[in-house]
Design a protein around this ligand. Sequence first.
Ligand code: HSE
Length: 430
Amino acid sequence: MKNINVGILGIGNVARGTYQTLELNRSKIEQATGASIQITKILNRRPELDRGVNIPKEIYVTDVNEILDDSSIDIVVELIGGIEPATEYMARALKAGKHVVTANKAAIAANGKMLQALAQENNVLLRFEGSVGGGIPIINAITTSLLSNEFDEILGILNGTTNYILTKMSDEGKDYAEVLADAQKKGLAEADPTADVEGIDAANKLSILMSLIFGVDIPPQEIPTQGISKLSSYDINYATEFGYRVKLLASAKKQDGSVSCNVQPTLVPFSHPIAAVSNEFNAIYITGNVADDLMFYGRGAGPLPTGSAVMGDIIGIARLIEKESAYDMQPLLRYDAPLRCAGEGSNQYYIRVTVPDRPGVLGSISSTFGKYSVGIKSMVQRAEGDGENSHVPLIFIVYQTERSVLDQALRELLDNAFVDSVDSVMRVQR
Ligand code: HSE
């Protein structure tokens, strides 16, 4: 039985989960691989810290060169996170003829094209199953079993932290800040939650999925992205009354030669399977033109679920090394369609405005909407007082319209003082 040597860069949650996955299921893994997988070095810049796992101290190294320059290491597993220096380390490993496995969505979204080209030039493999959806094997499914399909649409709950926060806001009626503080206390949200709550993490993952599924090169910064930090519990409650759950949805649609894409809080009808995805779970919903509707569901984060995905990539590579088979150099990321993100596209929208409670206001609003061909699907007014000087919320759901047209109509309503403020605009998924 051949030894396949692995060097891991990083000793965070996913690195520890990967180590534990191998220890827990070693005999099954060795049977599946036909080789003995040995984690021979782990980059741990602070070996004095207790990491709460049973990793022999002798395999810790504090200098990355001890892994990147070690000719006995076959596979480098990058689990540091962040774009740099992770990208530089992966590039060096690939140039040194080592296979690379990573769970780093930010680095793959930013530099996947360059890293994949380097892997091809050096006849080694770059694998990144853990970068999207944690333990959900979505990348493998898209790039193998589902290859015979064309897909028009991707819907994803791609961030566990925000899905947990939204679930608690919805089920317990609490405000965003209170739920976030609670999630941080429980270790379910990072001390600095910006990348999660502002939708950046989900945009990185959507960028990767769009390349795999549509073959487009749309970097995360070109995806219209809005997080949940400004979301009010009023909107979550009104959405529930209308029959929707609010989810931070990553959505991309290919139609008429363009791709619309966005990450934003979105109203999802109770009847849609993705509406039932709660707490820290992730889901990816795609419809193939032959396989039809598919939903992949599972834990999008966590040491062992992500460790499972990382280990799957390691096993796949180890099998090829063991059998001395030619590597499958077919690139996973595709960039063959020269399309840019054309914004949000045409959607139904939820709108909450505050208006002066006086006769004629509703008529003026509906005639302005009418002027822009924005059709009203439903509307509620919540008046608490009965005085003409009060200001009240009005909530609309409008039929399919372009976001830019809707924004024009809303601007006109503000300019003409028919509304005091536009408090919320959210896409409605059909
Ligand atoms: N921070 C991510 C989440 C997990 O909350 O889903 C890693 O991608």
